[in-house]
Write a new protein. Structure first.
Length: 289
């Protein structure tokens, strides 16, 4: 009988969700992209990836992600980028436990890509620095660098100019995921989007928070998201993350958060997770206890 792979052959690492605790749009660039100011914090909740080195240069991914072609998957695109940085053939079998909803503003695809960059850099012994990996990640998506660097951050530019923040409180969040897929490009090209919020400095962002400038347009286009906000607002002030569809409220204790999530109507998918300033990926790959 063929030997089954042993658990030790696999390198496992989380790909956590992120929240945009505030998101201001401060301008539109000549290339059509928008300048933002946003506070990113991670959640101790998300996808999980498992990597096993192969002796050839093949990549496999199981299971496939519904609706995403193999070569379009951000996991495979990240792995291909790293293969180009190696003189030796490197391949990997990759397993994905997908938990995060796609297009929910929780950054699941970007987080999968970042975890792949960090884990395969280690597994293939490539020795690339976090700076190099973050800049490779930016080519895959504006949110990839913050996941690569692994520290909660105030982000500017399109999200790539990062100032780490360690002083954010780490509350418990109820995250509600209305079953709608929001198209990010459609929101940013909408004529009703506010694009002229005055820039604030990081101290103001940390002290006062801020709003999500995409929320008004998104709730107009997707009333289900507005309904979910109205419901969650009854318990604690609720806000949208990224360009939606997910929304969140913070609570001081896990018990309170669980109690609220249990009171939400059964029609909403919701989960409870803690906000964390150090990415769970970094905890596992770089600071194992
Ligand atoms: C705005 C954020 C905040 O976290 O929203 P979420 O995706 O998380 O919801 C992200 O930075 C989104 O990043 P990402 O999801 O990678 O967006 P991309 O695929 O790069 O962009 C999709 C489209 O949105 C527009 N876009 C995106 C980001 C940006 N700063 N300005 C833009 O105008 C562009 O038209 C682009 O073609
Ligand atoms: N591994 C992946 N996981 C999720 N989405 C992926 C992945 N690879 C590519 N994508 C594509 O990226 C899009 C954005 O996904 P995701 O990052 O989950 O949403 P958001 O940016 O709204 O948080 C998906 O709709 C999908 O087409």
């Amino acid at each position: 009988m063929a030997d089954l792979p042993s658990a030790q052959d696999w390198l496992s690492a989380p790909a956590p969700a992120k929240l945009n605790l505030m998101l201001h749009i401060t301008g539109r660039r000549a290339d059509g992209y928008h300048n933002l100011q946003t506070l990113f914090q991670f959640l101790d909740y998300g996808d999980e990836l498992h990597f096993r080195r192969r002796n050839d240069n093949q990549l496999t991914l199981s299971p496939a992600v519904d609706g995403v072609e193999f070569e379009d998957n951000l996991i495979i695109r990240a792995a291909r980028m790293l293969q180009q940085r190696s003189d030796n053939p490197c391949g990997a079998d990759i397993r994905l436990d997908k938990v995060l909803p796609m297009g929910g503003g929780l950054g699941g695809g970007s987080s999968d890509a970042a975890t792949t960059l960090l884990a395969l850099n280690k597994l293939w012994d490539l020795g690339l620095s976090l700076d190099e990996l973050a800049s490779m990640g930016l080519a895959l998506g504006a949110d990839v660098p913050v996941f690569v660097r692994g520290e909660a951050a105030f982000a500017e530019g399109v999200g790539e100019i990062l100032t780490p923040v360690s002083e954010l409180a780490e509350p418990w969040f109820v995250v509600v995921c209305p079953q709608v897929h929001v198209n990010t490009g459609k929101i940013f090209s909408h004529e009703g989007l506010t694009r002229d919020t005055d820039p604030i400095n990081i101290r103001t962002a940390l002290r006062q928070g801020g709003r999500n400038d995409c929320q008004q347009v998104v709730t107009m286009l997707y009333p289900e998201i507005g309904n979910a906000l109205n419901l969650l607002n009854k318990f604690s002030s609720a806000k949208m993350t990224g360009t939606g569809a997910c929304i969140f409220s913070s609570f001081n204790s896990e018990t309170e958060a669980i109690s609220v999530s249990e009171q939400l109507s059964a029609e909403y998918q919701a989960f409870v997770a803690r906000g964390v300033n150090l990415s769970p990926t970094h905890k596992v790959l770089f600071r194992p206890s």
